[in-house]
Design a protein. Structure first.
Length: 265
C-alpha cells in the first residue's frame, strides 16, 4: 500500500492558522548527504513581500524590524537539537531574494539516521503559537542508511482526509480575500541532494543529483479546493486513481512512495 503526502499539506495549513502573519513565508530545507552517511542541512526561510508590506503598514512607530526579531542566531542554535541527535549549528546569514527577506541557517550531522524532518518545522520559533516539532511525531520524515543506500521513510496519511474546506470555514469574503493576500507566495519544500551523485532511485521527482521530497505552494493549493475535494472522494474507492489525479495538481510535488530508495554513487 502506498503512503502519501497529504499529512504534510495539513501540517502546512496548520502552521498557517497557528502562527497567523508569520505564515507568510517561504521555507526550503536542503539535505545534502555524503557517501559515509554524514552531511548538512541548510534551511532558508523568507518573509514574503506580502508579509513585509503588511508589517510596514501596521507597525507602530519605533517598532523593531520583524526580520531581526524572527531570525536570530540564538533561535537557529536551538533548532539544531530539534533536527536530530548530534546535529551541530554551523552559522546563520541574513538573505534577500525577489523583495523577500529572511535567513539561511547551516547545520551539519554525522549520521543521517539520527535526523528527522517535518515540512515547515523551521518556522516553529517564528511565532509564540507555532506548533513545536517532536521527533517522535507521526508526521516526521525519517531516514535509514546502509552500505551507501538511503531509504527515506514517508509518514502515512489519509487520502480521504485531504479536502481543504475546513481551512477557511466560516470566513466572510473580506476575510478570505485578506487570507489570500497573506498567503501569496507561501511555499514549503524539502529536497535531498547526493553530494557525489545518484546511481539509482525510485523517487518521483529527480533533477540530476537532487530529489524533491515535498514542495507545496499553499496559495495555489487552496485555489484548487474543488479538485482536492474530488480527489478526496475518489480516494474512498480508488487510491491509485486519487494519486494519479493528485499528481496533476498545480503547485504541488510530494513523494507518494511508501519508501524512497537512493543508491549513492
Amino acid at each position: 500500500m502506498k503512503r502519501n503526502p497529504f499529512t504534510y499539506l495539513k501540517v502546512a495549513l496548520g502552521l498557517l492558522v497557528a502562527i497567523a502573519l508569520p505564515s507568510c513565508l517561504q521555507n526550503e530545507t536542503m539535505i545534502t548527504l555524503n557517501k559515509d552517511g554524514s552531511g548538512t542541512v541548510v534551511e532558508e526561510t523568507y518573509l514574503t513581500t506580502a508579509m513585509l508590506e503588511m508589517s510596514a503598514q501596521y507597525a507602530e512607530a519605533g517598532a523593531p524590524d520583524p526580520v531581526a526579531v524572527m531570525f536570530t542566531e540564538e533561535k537557529a542554535k536551538e533548532r539544531a537539537a530539534k533536527i536530530g541527535e548530534g546535529v551541530e549549528f554551523v552559522n546563520m546569514e541574513m538573505i534577500e531574494k525577489d523583495g523577500m527577506k529572511g535567513a539561511r541557517s547551516h547545520y551539519k550531522f554525522a549520521d543521517i539516521t539520527k535526523i528527522t524532518i517535518i515540512p515547515g518545522s523551521a518556522m516553529e520559533n517564528l511565532g509564540d503559537n507555532a506548533p513545536k516539532q517532536n521527533n517522535e511525531d507521526k508526521d516526521t520524515m525519517k531516514f535509514d542508511f546502509v552500505d551507501g543506500e538511503l531509504t527515506v521513510l514517508i509518514p502515512p496519511a489519509d487520502f480521504k482526509d485531504m479536502a481543504m474546506d475546513d481551512a477557511q470555514e466560516g470566513q466572510n469574503p473580506q476575510m478570505e480575500e485578506m487570507m489570500k493576500k497573506m498567503m501569496a507566495g507561501m511555499r514549503l519544500s524539502i529536497k535531498l541532494k547526493a553530494a557525489e551523485g545518484i546511481e539509482k532511485t525510485n523517487a518521483s521527482y529527480v533533477d540530476g543529483d537532487t530529489i524533491t521530497l515535498f514542495d507545496v505552494q499553499v496559495d495555489k493549493m487552496l485555489a484548487q479546493k474543488d479538485k482536492l475535494k474530488a480527489i478526496s472522494e475518489t480516494a474512498k474507492t480508488d487510491k491509485d486513481a486519487a494519486i494519479a489525479e493528485f499528481k496533476k495538481l498545480d503547485g504541488m510535488k510530494a513523494e507518494t512512495e511508501e519508501k524512497v530508495s537512493v543508491k549513492l554513487k
